[in-house]
Design a protein around this ligand. Structure first.
Ligand SMILES: Nc1ncnc2c1ncn2[C@@H]1O[C@H](COP(=O)(O)OP(=O)(O)OP(=O)(O)O)[C@@H](O)[C@H]1O
Length: 262
């Protein structure tokens, strides 16, 4: 059975996946990307999905975003459609930074003064208060991703000052194309923005250190098909004096070598 449900208003989650399975292709040439995924994300939670290339991270994010449908299983989503942020900022080149942030509000029918005000607030939030009038080609890669983050927040939170804890932001390796220094800065910025908005975040990465730095929970996926093999909480105590990133790295290497020898 396949279903995408709207949860009741008092749900304890922003999204809950139960037995989610996704295959591509037809019966003769079918690829099982995801198998039996059970995952609950609570309001305001920051969850990192970690896995090797091709393990189904993007497929999972697309299903949560409603860009694709599961072959089996259910996705129980609270509130409005989640906002998505990708590796590339994908800004409209003819619009200013402020215009790009206003776009989802415009599409949602928010009136002009309210959306301008909201765009200004969000530009300040991502520390681009002076760059609202610039077009994407005038911005650095890091600045473009800040605009994309503000646009995603506009989409997730709308024009309301009430930064609702029911909103959900999906991020697909948003910093992986940036240099190490810019990535480091944007990771800190994202944590600050997450704390100040209260939105739940599902963040896809193949970088263990990034997952451990950002996530309250790190969920490890295996490959072909993608299954959840283990998950850790950020405050978890580890044995043998290893830090959590090293523990997860070891498990990731085991998962990759199991897959290679299968
Ligand atoms: N539209 C599609 N048609 C056929 N196969 C697909 C399609 N989309 C994804 N797949 C397959 O599903 C599996 C998971 O792909 P997905 O892009 O979700 O992985 P990923 O973990 O996000 O990879 P990466 O980290 O490299 O982006 C892969 O084997 C991929 O080839």
């Amino acid at each position: 059975m396949t279903s995408v449900l709207q949860a009741p208003a008092n749900a304890d989650h922003v999204v809950r996946l139960t037995g989610v399975h996704k295959s591509f292709g037809n019966a003769r040439r079918s690829v099982t990307a995801l198998h039996g995924i059970d995952l609950t994300v609570r309001p305001g939670e920051f969850v990192c999905l970690l896995g090797a290339s091709g393990c189904g991270k993007t497929t999972l994010l697309n299903l949560i975003a409603g860009l694709d449908e599961p072959s089996h299983g259910s996705i129980d989503l609270r509130g409005s459609r989640p906002a998505v942020m990708f590796q590339e900022a994908a800004l409209m080149p003819w619009l200013t930074a402020a215009g790009n942030i206003e776009l989802p509000l415009r599409l949602a029918g928010v009136e002009r003064t309210a959306r301008r005000e909201r765009a200004r607030e969000l530009l300040d939030l991502v520390r681009l208060g002076n760059a609202g009038g610039k077009r994407p080609h005038e911005l650095s890669g890091g600045m473009r991703q800040r605009v994309a983050l503000a646009r995603a927040l506009a989409s997730a939170l709308g024009a309301s000052d009430d930064a609702s804890a029911t909103s959900l932001l999906l991020m697909d390796e948003p910093f992986s194309a940036l240099d190490a220094i810019t990535r480091d800065v944007l990771q800190s910025e994202l944590l600050r923005v997450w704390e100040s908005t209260g939105a739940a975040v599902v963040f896809v990465t193949h970088d263990v250190r990034e997952a451990v730095r950002l996530g309250q929970r790190v969920v490890l996926l295996s490959s072909r098909p993608g299954r959840i093999v283990q998950e850790w909480t950020a405050d978890e105590s580890t044995q043998d004096g290893l830090d959590l990133a090293e523990v997860i790295n070891r498990r990731l290497r085991e998962v990759i070598s199991d897959h290679a020898s299968a």
